[in-house]
Design a protein around this ligand. Structure first.
Ligand code: MN
Length: 228
């Protein structure tokens, strides 16, 4: 009797494990689902000993409509830099009402021929909507295939989660896009900065061997990308 019970318990556990394994990828595909209507980020509590996955919630009595409002995207970013582009983000670090909601937006401004250099967002897929101008864009899959094209004002283009991608303004005038993300904090890792501007630095000989160039070339690139 006891043996039979143990066997059926084992079978039940196995079935539960299989179900969990099947369900897990769907559950983990984006930011975690919310468990309440709102959880406005309480930035002050960051100084406390606890750090959650996201921000702790403000007490509801302290929440106002302003927690859900921001003008951070109203002004074009300054594109007067080496690459000729600027990303301005309305993510959970700027807009506390986004906390736990799993979405955010950015604007990207481009000088003529400006580039948003190759980068990845580890936590989000990105959809750009071109507000002005036209762009050459592309992303590279893990099979190392490039999907590239031209997107014009009024069109959208999708960059799948975690894949290296870039945009370049292909015209003589300014360009701008609105970017939507399925994460409140997508994270951005520029490839060149990660490799050549890390702190402490990635060893020059590692990069020289990886790129099959001599150390002088690596040092020359490092000198242009100072650690932050
Ligand atoms: Mn991006």
């Amino acid at each position: 009797m006891a043996n039979k019970l143990a066997t059926s318990l084992l079978a039940a556990c196995f079935a539960a494990a299989v179900l969990l394994a099947l369900a897990a990828p769907a559950v983990l595909a984006g930011d975690p689902d919310m468990l309440q209507d709102i959880c406005v980020a309480d930035y002050k509590s960051l100084k406390g000993p606890l750090r959650l996955n996201g921000f702790p919630c403000k007490r509801p009595e302290n929440v106002t409509a302003n927690d859900f409002l921001s003008n951070v995207l109203a002004t074009p970013g300054n594109t007067g830099n080496a690459v000729g582009s600027a990303v301005t983000s309305a993510n959970v670090e700027k807009l506390p009402g986004l906390n736990t909601l799993g979405v955010s937006v950015s604007r990207i401004d481009y000088a003529p021929w400006g580039v948003n250099p190759p980068h990845v967002h580890p936590r989000a897929t990105e959809v750009i909507f071109v507000l002005q101008g036209s762009l050459d864009v592309g992303f590279v899959t893990t099979a190392n295939r490039l999907y590239a094209g031209t997107v014009c004002a009024g069109e959208v283009f999708v960059f799948p989660r975690g894949l290296v991608h870039y945009q370049r303004n292909n015209g003589g005038g300014p360009a701008a896009v609105l970017s939507a993300f399925d994460s409140q904090l997508p994270g951005t890792q520029p490839v060149a900065e990660a490799l050549f501007g890390a702190s402490p630095p990635v060893p020059t000989d590692v990069l020289a061997r990886s790129f099959q160039v001599d150390g002088g070339v690596v040092e020359a690139i490092k000198s242009k990308i100072p650690p932050k």
